[in-house]
Design a binder for this molecule. Structure first.
Ligand SMILES: C[S@@+](CC[C@H](N)C(=O)[O-])C[C@H]1O[C@@H](n2cnc3c(N)ncnc32)[C@H](O)[C@@H]1O
Length: 347
């Protein structure tokens, strides 16, 4: 049985995409005209869901910009007129926990660490704010580490932009009034990364971290929201389903219901592309047999048995024990033209 709260805040969008994606799979061998019709319906359903969700923030200028960009995307133009309408600005790539499947949590080498400066951020919003309808301030670090984060959210909110943040809450300091600051910032949606319904499963994914302390912070945000008589941020609790916690799906749903939060049960990303790399991302040059063995062990350790939470490439990897790369179709889906990433560090 699916728990009551297994309805994400974007449930209508998720439902729409599930339906149209299954149509798309079924018509791959059909004539081009049929595929074009299905693609168009897919696009329209996404568009309608986004417009419905963000109607408060849409203006004629934004809608015109979205239409012009999508038209050029459909025409496969390399150079486009228009500005980003949906963005991810990485407020920081510094993190304070060690999520076991996350490259940041595993300390893999990557870009230099840093936080987005207030000046640079304001400059970006001043330049693009008129065209942006949605902004996500999280990526590889934890946004609540950034002292200016409440100001940053407010700055975007005041300019008519829907705002989103995902956090593990470890950096949140309720005693310093940060729960009130978060609510007053006007943040629309907060995802809280938990991935466990008990200390045991919570600490398997984030070793050394305290489940009750995190839940206490979550309760403080909910209390601040009540005190300030605010309906935002809407809060959804994220549960990346793995082999270690899949038995807690029901319990997590009930726990979220009790708190009055929604849930997101996410398919895990296993970041298999790092299995043949060392910490500095240098190739390990494993033999095919060694890599196959490593992949199988990794999948066996983390991939849930329940295939509803397993994406297609991992199903194949589990079956054949090999690392597979994303198909062009999957890559095209991930790299939508409307998502622009501005990293905290640009050098
Ligand atoms: C990399 S985290 C960074 C943001 C923030 N530190 C947090 O924990 O929410 C971005 C999102 O990825 C999710 N996440 C973590 N591990 C994941 C995994 N293995 N597969 C899919 N999503 C994952 C987190 O719950 C979070 O919502």
């Amino acid at each position: 049985m699916t728990p009551m709260s297994a309805i994400t805040l974007d449930s209508s969008l998720a439902r729409a995409i599930r339906t149209t994606q299954s149509w798309r799979r079924r018509v791959t061998a059909r004539p081009r005209a049929v595929r074009v019709i299905v693609d168009t319906v897919d696009w329209l359903m996404r568009a309608v869901s986004h417009v419905r969700r963000n109607r408060r923030y849409l203006t004629v200028t934004k809608l015109a910009n979205i239409a012009v960009i999508n038209l050029q995307f459909a025409m496969k133009r390399e150079r486009v007129i228009g500005l980003p309408y949906r963005m991810k600005i990485e407020s920081t790539n510094i993190c304070n926990t060690n999520c076991q499947l996350c490259p940041t949590g595993q300390g893999l080498a990557g870009r230099a660490k840093g936080k987005m400066s207030r000046e640079r951020y304001e400059r970006l919003i001043d330049q693009l704010g008129r065209y942006l309808y949605a902004l996500d301030l999280s990526m590889w670090g934890d946004p609540l580490i950034v002292p200016d984060i409440y100001h940053m959210i407010r700055y975007a909110h005041d300019r008519g932009i829907w705002t989103y943040v995902s956090s593990n809450l470890h950096a949140l300091k309720p005693e310093k009034g940060q729960c009130e600051a978060l609510v007053r910032s006007g943040l629309d949606v907060l995802t809280v990364s938990l991935h466990g319904a008990t200390q045991g499963t919570f600490a398997i994914y984030q070793p050394g971290k305290d489940f009750e302390a995190t839940v206490e912070k979550l309760r403080s945000i909910l209390a601040a929201r009540r005190r300030l008589k605010s309906t935002t941020p809407a809060i959804q609790l994220n549960f990346v389903v793995t082999r270690h916690n899949e038995h807690e799906v029901e319990r997590f749903g009930a726990f979220a219901d009790e708190l009055g939060c929604k849930t997101v049960f996410s398919n895990p990303s296993l970041n298999t592309r790092f299995l043949d790399r060392d910490e500095d991302l240098e190739p390990l040059e494993l033999t095919k047999a060694a890599l196959t063995e490593r992949t199988a062990a990794h999948l066996d350790q983390w991939l849930p048995r329940d295939e509803r939470y397993v994406v297609e490439p991992y199903k194949l990897m589990r079956r054949y024990g090999q690392i597979l790369w994303m198909s062009d179709d999957q890559a095209a889906f991930c790299f939508s033209p409307s998502v622009n990433v501005i990293p905290a560090i640009t050098s």
